[in-house]
Structures are given as structure tokens and as C-alpha cells.
Design a protein around this ligand. Structure first.
Ligand code: EPS
Length: 346
């Protein structure tokens, strides 16, 4: 139903996104897109680039007088640091980054050609798209949030900032775990009928595609592995007031690839940022001799930002499945379909 494309290098002119398939009639304000972009920049462990960039969106198309037109929405975020043409070549690939695989795959002799696009700066575009999707979903009282669960194994804010400061001091980096919660999603988004329609698969793909993410789980996730079925499946109840509901939510709001009306709960693990100020062993790709990996300006930790990015990509996946179920070209028609469905599915 929905599709998007992003373009832009980390130090190129701008980050660009085109979102196609959004219905007409959604109230969309640049202010909300900008506040989501600001959230993406913040968080413990972010680096110098975040102080350089303003990350303010220009709406190029698809929106008139604050209302979506149903035509492709083009969003443009200028890069203040657009020094790509002047930057020196990178010849010692960084372990953990896309540098080496990208060099070999595309036949480059300069890993800058790889890292400019592999950089997590690309997520500016995905957060801008996610903000539009959030505005659409919020019209149906579907609200998405995220929080940090742990960073470098620590869970309290004070211990987390201590560990991040320690990593910065030691020229090191840290990763962690974040959680995304979706409240208000109706039962019935996604489908068990075919692999690529499953909501769990769509969400996992979307979150796994965020740079640095190495693991994704829904609800109890890996915790299911050591349990008896009778202890972990969520019993079903019905009351006139609530309709159908589950006693627990180990499934994380999705059964058989379909949302079941409970909160959708997703956790993901982000590895430590791969650019190290005290670099690991690598190889000079011109001489093929051992050399320390290249040093680039970077973050010490970006787990909090990854949570915001995950909210955004989940918002896109949910808006897509929502339009699949209730879709039409006009928001008014979608609302009518949605209310009709709510009435019959209780
Ligand atoms: C990022 C922009 C980058 C890095 C970081 C994320 O800016 P620069 O490379 O100019 O300092 O801060 O990039 C990475 C973590 C990465 O792996 O490339 C951003 O806007 O999110």
C-alpha cells in the first residue's frame, strides 16, 4: 500500500525522502516532523555532528495548507556539513562497519564511497517519513513510544551516563537494548495468510534494517525458549465492556502475524558504534599491509536515537498494514471503514 525511497549521503547536500500512498486529508505540520528529527539527534552518547546539524524539514510536495493531497510526499533535510567532495579517502576499513564489504562489493578503492551512505545519518529520512505515519496513526488513537532498557548492561540513568562517560574517556563505544511500545493498535493488522503480510515479520525487518541493530524480539521473545507452553501463552477473556482481551501479553500484541488488540511490544539490541577512536586492527587496502582502522568523527552511543528511529520504521510498517486493512484514497472513507470494523469485531 505504502512505499518510500530515501536518498542522500551523510556529508552530501541533503537527506531526501519520498513517501507514496498516504491518503488525502491527513493534517501534517512541519513542526511535528521537526520535533521527531530533534528527538533523533538527542540522547546520551551522541557526538559533535549533532551540534552542527539543524535537521529542519522542507516539505517539497504532497502537502498543501497543512493537509496531505494523496500525492507523493517529498521531504528534504539539508546537511549543514556537506563537505563530501573535500573529504580525504578512507583506506583502512573499520571493523563492524560496512566499509570492507562495501569496498569489495562495489569495487571501490575509497571506503568513503561506502560509509557516506552506510552512515546512520540516512535515518533522518526514515524519521521524517515515520513522523508523517505517526500523524496518520494518531488519528486512530494509535500511539508509538520507545525507551532505553539498558546501555552497556546498566539500567539506571546515572549508571548509564557513567558508563558512556567511561567509554568516551577510553576512546571506546557502547551499545544496548531499547523497547518500542505501540498502544491502541486494533486487532487484525497484518495477516497469517502469507509470509510477506505478517506484521511481526514486517516490524522485525524494519527494525533490523536500522544501522547497528543485531537482534529483535517481540514480547517475551527469546524468553519463550525455556518455558512450558502452559506458562507463557496468553489466555483469552471476554467482557461486555472490554470485548475480547488476553490475561497476559507475552506474545507482544501479535499472534499468527496479526495484531491481537494488546499493546505491541518489541525489543532490539544495538551493538556498540563501530567507529573507535582507539581503532582495532585492519588492513590498508592499497598496500594490503596491517594497519589500524580509520578514525572518523562519530558517536559513543546511539541507543536512545535508535529507539526513536525504531518508532519511526514501526510507524511506517503499521501505517502500511492499516491501509491494507482499511485503505482508501480519502481519510474520511478510511475512518468509516475503521468504525464499521470496530462495531462488527467486538
Ligand atoms: C549520524 C551522523 C554521523 C555520525 C553517526 C550518526 O555524522 P558524522 O559521521 O559526520 O560525525 O555521527 O554515524 C554513525 C554512527 C555511523 O555509523 O556512520 C546521524 O546523523 O545519525
Amino acid at each position: 500500500m505504502l512505499r518510500y525511497l530515501t536518498a542522500g549521503e551523510s556529508h552530501g547536500m541533503a537527506m531526501v525522502a519520498i513517501l507514496e500512498g498516504m491518503p488525502a486529508g491527513i493534517k501534517i505540520d512541519a513542526g511535528r516532523i521537526n520535533s521527531e528529527l530533534k528527538r533523533r539527534k538527542e540522547g546520551v552518547g551522541r557526538g559533535e555532528r549533532m551540534k552542527i546539524e539543524e535537521d529542519k524539514v522542507k516539505i517539497i510536495s504532497g502537502i498543501k495548507k497543512g493537509m496531505s493531497l494523496g500525492s507523493p510526499i517529498c521531504l528534504y533535510v539539508e546537511n549543514k556539513d556537506s563537505s563530501i567532495e573535500k573529504m580525504p579517502p578512507v583506506i583502512c576499513p573499520r571493523p563492524g562497519h560496512a566499509d570492507l564489504a562495501g569496498l569489495l562489493k562495489y569495487g571501490f578503492t575509497d571506503a568513503r564511497n561506502v560509509l557516506e551512505r552506510a552512515s546512520a545519518r540516512e535515518t533522518v529520512s526514515r524519521v521524517a517519513i515515520g513522523a508523517v505515519c505517526k500523524l496518520f496513526l494518531e488519528g486512530f488513537k494509535i500511539v508509538i513510544s520507545s525507551k532505553v532498557i539498558s546501555i552497556a548492561g546498566e539500567t539506571s540513568a546515572s549508571m548509564i551516563s557513567k558508563k558512556v562517560a567511561e567509554a568516551r574517556e577510553n576512546k571506546d563505544t557502547v551499545g544496548g537494548i531499547f523497547e518500542v511500545t505501540v498502544k491502541g493498535a486494533p486487532c487484525g493488522l497484518g495477516s497469517y495468510t502469507h509470509a510477506d503480510r505478517r506484521l511481526d515479520g514486517k516490524l522485525a525487518q524494519a527494525v533490523m534494517s536500522i544501522p547497528g541493530v543485531k537482534g529483535v524480539e517481540l514480547g517475551l521473545g527469546f524468553g519463550y525458549a525455556g518455558e512450558f507452553g502452559s506458562h507463557v501463552h496468553d489466555a483469552i477473556y471476554f467482557t461486555k465492556h472490554r470485548g475480547y482481551f488476553h490475561g497476559t501479553n507475552n506474545a507482544g500484541g501479535i499472534e499468527g502475524g496479526v495484531s491481537n488488540g494488546e499493546d505491541i511490544l518489541l525489543r532490539a539490541c544495538m551493538k556498540p558504534i563501530s567507529t573507535l577512536m582507539e581503532p582495532l586492527e585492519s588492513v590498508n587496502i592499497s598496500t594490503k599491509k596491517p594497519a589500524k582502522a580509520s578514525i572518523q568523527r562519530s558517536d559513543v552511543c546511539a541507543v536512545e536515537s535508535a529507539g526513536v528511529i525504531a518508532e519511526s520504521v514501526c510507524a511506517y510498517a503499521l501505517a502500511d498494514t492499516f491501509l491494507e486493512k482499511f485503505g482508501s484514497d480519502s481519510l474520511a472513507d478510511i475512518k468509516a471503514n475503521y468504525l464499521n470494523y470496530l462495531k462488527r469485531s467486538r
